[in-house]
Design a protein around this ligand. Structure first.
Ligand code: GDD
Length: 409
């Protein structure tokens, strides 16, 4: 029996995702027309003997209630949201719900970060884990040496795949092999987390002997019940024949910013070609818009037949796309209206926004750059013939003049 756990974090973690996280918890922001968390959840469908999926986070319960009930129904696997009263860290959060998780008597726990985009090769990882033994197997990937320091860098044995050394976001380069935030564990992971609690307690008792040291550490120390999976568990267990690695050669990205969500939306649209081709717009038929590349259009959206759409475009519920509109590489959210002959390129257009006739909303930079794409928050009005380039516009603004490289507060 297998249980899957997806760590969804909470509102304070979503600040880099503003202004989009003002409306919706980041895990529910749509990528390729489906909530971010939906992609790892769908990947869990392929796990044999999966009995339960838990989402663990510190968002309000009601924010996830609707999604959790509809997805449970669709997958025919119970999906439950478990709320932490405060952040306990990636391992501490898992540990706080150990009783719930162990109720199912799982032989394995699949643990996933919610903010990564990949093909989630979970079945293959489970198979590999069973052959390696130990308490855990983590998904790893080779990235460029320049970008590696944003992640957990690691060294693995080339033959046995054992994790030999692990450093979280090191200042000096260790390796371009990094942690993807996707794991298979046996229930022994709970004993490993418990050991960290015990060591912390012992250290705290020792410190009490010296009051000066206690004063020093009180300012630096994390709360006793806050345990990070990477620094507190993976680093100390490396090289002890407990942890193994499984390298993916497929796509992998982290989703920390709106720019990265646009890129990942494109990666998931591309994946639909193999996994869910029925979700991709075809553009066949004389009355339909011209579609190029991978495009998702919600069935309730209205798209004029003379519009030209794609590649990497996803259009959410009740959006209206007018005549002669051109959309390239963008996410159009619910209830947006785009009027005749407007152009939207490398941008995210927030809920209920309107873009006037002959307007141009465009990003021209890198997905990773701060102002690399244009983002319109909820209910932004761009008037006719206005040009918006590489800008972020907060909710409820009206743009009457053109702007470039600006944050409109
Ligand atoms: N429920 C809950 N409670 N979730 C949490 C908490 C918490 O207290 N803290 C973090 N998370 C969730 C986040 O939402 C995210 O999905 C995951 O745990 C990891 O978040 P962080 O601990 O902030 O780490 P990170 O994303 O900067 O880096 C981790 O993931 C990278 C891959 O994306 C590390 O494990 C890196 O080594 C790794 O490369």
């Amino acid at each position: 029996r297998v249980v899957a756990v997806i760590m969804v974090g909470g509102p304070t973690k979503g600040t880099r995702f503003r202004p989009l996280s003002l409306n919706v918890p980041k895990p529910l922001f749509p990528l390729a027309g489906q909530p971010m968390v939906h992609h790892p959840i769908s990947a869990c469908r392929n796990i044999p003997n999966l009995v339960q999926i838990y989402l663990i986070g510190f968002y309000e319960e009601r924010e996830f209630a609707l999604y959790v009930s509809s997805i449970s129904h669709e997958l025919r696997v119970p999906v439950r949201y478990l709320r932490e009263d405060k952040p306990h860290g990636s391992a501490g959060g898992l540990y706080s719900f150990r009783d719930h998780i162990m109720e199912e008597s799982p032989s394995h726990i699949v643990l996933l970060n919610c903010d990564v985009c990949c093909s989630f090769p979970l079945e293959a990882m489970l198979g590999a884990h069973k052959s390696y033994g130990g308490i855990g197997t983590m998904l790893v990937i080779k990235v460029s040496a320049e970008s590696a320091s944003q992640f957990g860098e690691l060294v693995a044995d080339l033959e046995t795949k054992e994790l030999l050394h692990y450093t979280e976001k090191p200042e000096t380069f260790v390796s371009n092999l990094i942690n993807c935030g996707v794991y298979i564990f046996t229930p022994e992971i709970f004993s490993a987390i418990e050991d960290v609690f015990k060591q912390r307690k012992e250290r705290a008792n020792l410190r009490r002997v010296s009051s000066f040291e206690a004063l020093l550490s009180a300012t630096k120390a994390l709360p006793a019940d806050f345990v990070r999976l990477d620094q507190d568990i993976l680093s100390p267990l490396a090289g002890k024949k407990q942890l193994y690695t499984f390298e993916t050669l497929d796509f992998w990205e982290q989703i920390k910013t709106p720019g990265m969500s646009l890129r990942c939306s494109g990666l998931y649209l591309c994946q639909y070609r193999h996994t869910s081709p029925q979700l991709l717009a075809s553009g066949d038929g004389t009355k339909k818009a011209t579609i190029t590349g991978d495009v998702y259009i919600h069935p309730s959206a209205k798209v004029h037949p003379s519009a030209k759409i794609g590649p990497n475009v996803s259009i959410s519920a009740n959006a209206r796309i007018g005549a002669g509109v051109r959309l390239i590489s963008c996410i159009i959210l619910d209830d947006v209206e785009i009027m005749e002959n407007a152009v939207v390129i490398r941008s995210i257009v927030g809920w209920k926004s309107t873009i006037g006739k002959w307007s141009r909303v465009q990003g021209e930079g890198d997905y990773n750059a701060k102002l690399g794409i244009t983002i319109l928050g909820e209910a932004v009005d761009v008037e006719d013939e206005v040009v918006v380039i590489n800008s972020v516009v907060l909710p409820n603004k009206t743009l009457t003049v053109s702007v470039q490289e600006e944050i409109i507060l």
